[in-house]
Ligand binder design. Structure first.
Ligand code: MN
Length: 474
């Protein structure tokens, strides 16, 4: 489900005719060599395609138009091998509609004191060209990424890799389509927002569909398909019957699998890749989707509860960025304010993504004291230890604001026998008191996306690409 296009990045060197034909041929060889080695490094998640040396305004402008036109091209990487007159880049850079990375590097990583001469300088004067090009991008107000350093260094290659993931997420953001089953939860402000503005700024399509139409699809799911999913569930997870009769347990779980298959079919048939539910709007459904929502998140669909379409879309976006690696919809659930234990316990009534489980999730059936429906099946598990980042998005009428802080994640200190939900503890790196104060001050809500794999720099770059307001608490 998370599959995206087979994206690639086009790589060009900037130069001019001042140094003669031979020098340009050598630069062309160098950029080919860099491309081959970058691809062979095994560091980059997406292929780099060498597009040669650009020396004229006309050539650069045509190149950028081609980039815009080719859907499989997620962005451009430029290298100014030497002094490439920045004026040549103005028109093309202004036309470019995709992320731009300026690789400020030099083909060779040292100064060969014994042999250096003016021929060498003609070939290796990036120090000059980078400034000329940087001046232009700064003057045009282009929010491009700059990666500085030797292109063969692992650190530099990792920075390019991180940016590629952000650039692909940016491109894919325009394909995010959220299906809202029901409206936002009554009386709640922070989950509200301007859906048209979300499409303008972030590319998200957000549509409403009546739950009744979903119920028809769920009810029509073939019993044999539920059998197949039940067998898979038995393999992947532990079925924990506890206080339930075997019959009631199986019936509840099977109904969630029916919801899983029904929602999946509904979304796929209509081209949606994210959805939200609201426990206040379940007419015709026997259970609030719990296990169903968890399995769909595992598969890579975006989701948020209580009609929170912004976090359904953000979950989908950041799952793309992280290749669906431990990046999940989350909620600030309850607090530990004791000295030395300061932490937020993250969870939800049901809908916690099992990709962050550190133990084998258990399928359990318990009553839900909200929504007045049958006891829903859900996955219960323990979260993980490790560094993470917590991200939220809020609508401030004049635009969207992304708020984030790096966090230290831990497993919950103990089981909660009377609260059968999946749990994850975390503490902001700046401390709970400082972090939460700034978060609240910035207007961040309780719904978030928690990731064990996304870096602060990537959230920064993503916000730059969208031009959204960003509050980084660090
Ligand atoms: Mn919630």
């Amino acid at each position: 489900m998370l599959e995206t296009k087979n994206y690639e990045f086009w790589f060009v060197a900037g130069s001019q005719f001042l140094y003669g034909e031979e020098t340009l041929k050598e630069v062309a060889r160098d950029v080919e060599d860099m491309t081959e080695k970058l691809n062979a490094s095994g560091k980059l998640p997406y292929k780099v395609v060498c597009k040669g040396v650009m020396t004229t305004a006309e050539g650069i402008t045509n190149f950028m138009k081609e980039v815009n036109y080719h859907d499989e091209v997620a962005g451009v990487i430029t290298w100014m091998h030497t002094f490439s007159p920045a004026k040549n880049w103005i028109r093309g850079t202004k036309l470019l509609q995709k992320p731009l990375l300026h690789l400020a590097t030099q083909y060779l990583n040292n100064i060969p004191y014994d042999t250096i001469d003016f021929d060498y300088m003609n070939l290796n004067q990036s120090a000059h060209g980078d400034r000329e090009y940087g001046y232009l991008n700064s003057r045009l107000g282009i929010n491009n990424k700059i990666v500085y350093g030797y292109w063969g260094d692992e650190e530099v290659q990792q920075e390019i890799a991180d940016w590629q993931d952000v650039a692909v997420a940016y491109n894919e953001s325009f394909n995010i389509r959220v299906c809202r089953f029901g409206d936002t939860m009554r009386d709640v402000a922070v989950t509200e927002g301007d859906k048209v503005e979300a499409q303008i700024q972030l590319g998200w399509t957000v549509d409403y569909w009546p739950v009744g139409e979903l119920v028809d699809v769920i009810d029509a799911i073939d019993e044999k398909d539920v059998d197949t999913e039940y067998a898979k569930l038995q393999q992947d997870y532990t079925l924990n019957i506890q206080h339930n009769s075997a019959e009631k347990f199986e019936e509840s779980v099977r109904y969630q699998l029916r919801e899983y298959l029904g929602i999946k079919k509904f979304l796929d048939d209509k081209g949606y890749n994210a959805f939200c539910t609201n426990f206040q709007d379940l007419k015709g459904l026997k259970q609030l989707p719990g296990l169903a929502a968890q399995l769909l998140m595992r598969d890579g669909y975006g989701f948020a509860a209580e009609g929170d379409w912004k976090h359904a879309a953000l979950t989908r976006l950041l799952k793309i960025l992280s290749h669906n690696d431990r990046t999940v919809f989350m909620e600030d659930y309850t607090l530990d304010l004791r000295k030395g234990h300061e932490a937020i316990l993250g969870a939800h009534m049901l809908e916690v993504d099992p990709t962050i489980a550190s133990d084998k999730p258990r399928v359990e059936v318990h009553p839900l004291d909200i929504g007045d429906k049958e006891d829903p099946a859900r996955l219960v598990f323990t979260g993980a230890d490790g560094d993470g980042i917590d991200v939220t998005i809020a609508d401030f009428r004049d635009g969207f604001r992304i708020i984030s802080y790096p966090v230290e994640c831990r497993k919950a200190e103990a089981e909660t026998p009377h609260l059968p939900v999946a749990k994850q503890l975390w503490t902001p790196k700046v401390g709970l008191k400082e972090g939460a104060t700034q978060w609240i001050k910035a207007g961040g809500g309780h719904h978030t996306v928690l990731s064990f794999t996304i870096k602060e720099s990537q959230i920064h770059d993503l916000a730059m690409m969208f031009g959204t307001d960003l509050v980084e608490i660090c």
